[in-house]
Design a protein around this ligand. Structure first.
Ligand SMILES: *Cc1c(COP(=O)(O)O)cnc(C)c1O
Length: 304
């Protein structure tokens, strides 16, 4: 399912200071499924198969890259899939929501729950009721992060990336960066740009990775998870015009914006090579553009 090698592409540079920035195009793994979500599912699906499960069950919001990925990968590997979706008002709107529409077309069954119930989604009693409804299932956590997911993300960096001094990636639950940290070299620095505010992330990452050559850079959340500003959209559109590389508004745009700002502030030494990880998330653009249109705000350009 995953190509063995994903290209690194030149993105931009600061010529005066000899800083070169490349981007690993994990987004090209699939037009609708985030690269890192595939990687997180790889060993989980193998384990589910090994344990003879026929059904995968997971959780997510209405724009979730993870929901889209489980639906698609589950179908490709012959599983029935169930998505517990946050927000019971959405059950009427599957056709209007690009993520849910895609997941549904790939055979996912939905269980829409209130925001309140969603908070208790991993309680024993709720999971039991789901077992009664859908039969036994292999449970994949929200966002897909567990030990096997981190193992899959260790395959993002390869031998040819060893000459980069810094590796930057967006952070949601922390599983992706944990895998990257584990496969990075001790002399490389891994920078994580959280897409949401919260102090829990440091510990989440430490649970999976013992290495210490990493740090989280706060301040580029643009209002929090799923939120965007016009400044961010303008940045994305400029970046797209310059490089022909489409970023996603929830994760990768905030990370690339962050790296650009750090370069401007002199964070990086001269003669540095930086590798950005484009984790994907492109499937979320259409849903975000629907919201931006409603609010009469500038939209994300795409002509692919
Ligand atoms: C889910 C996601 C992330 C965050 O990954 P985590 O492992 O949850 O930190 C980053 N980028 C994209 C495009 C994603 O879909």
């Amino acid at each position: 399912m995953i190509p063995l090698k994903v290209e690194n592409q030149f993105a931009f540079s600061d010529k005066d200071r000899n800083i070169d920035v490349y981007i690993k195009r994990e987004d090209l793994i699939h037009p609708f499924v985030s690269g890192n979500k595939f990687r997180k599912l790889k060993y989980n699906l193998a384990e589910a198969k090994k344990q003879n499960f026929k059904t995968l069950l997971t959780f997510g919001g209405a724009f979730s890259n993870h929901i889209a990925a489980v639906a698609f990968a589950g179908k490709a590997e012959g599983f029935k899939t169930v998505g517990i979706i946050r927000g019971d008002e959405l059950s009427e709107k599957i056709k209007d929501n690009p993520t849910l529409k895609f997941a549904s077309e790939n055979g996912m069954h939905f269980e829409f729950v209130s925001r309140e119930m969603y908070r208790n989604k991993t309680d024993e009693s709720f999971l039991l009721s789901m077992k009664e409804k859908f039969g036994d299932f292999y449970l994949i956590p929200e966002g897909g992060t567990n030990e096997l997911a981190v193992k899959g993300c260790e395959e993002i960096l390869t031998e040819e990336d060893k000459n980069f001094n810094f590796i930057a990636c967006a952070v949601g639950t922390g599983g992706t960066i944990a895998g990257i940290i584990k496969s990075s070299l001790p002399n490389q620095q891994v920078l994580g740009f959280p897409a949401l505010k919260g102090d829990f992330l440091q510990n989440e990452i430490r649970n999976f990775a013992e290495e210490t050559n990493w740090q989280l850079i706060d301040g580029f959340e643009f209002g929090g998870y799923g939120k965007v500003t016009t400044e961010l959209i303008v940045f994305m559109n400029d970046f797209y015009a310059e490089t022909q590389i489409l970023l996603d508004p929830i994760y990768t745009a905030k990370m690339v914006f962050g790296v650009r700002s750090l370069i401007e502030k002199g964070f990086f030494p001269d003669n540095t090579k930086i590798l950005l990880i484009h984790t994907g998330g492109i499937q979320g653009i259409d849903g975000m553009n629907q919201l931006l249109e409603k609010k009469k705000l500038p939209k994300i350009n795409r002509n692919d």
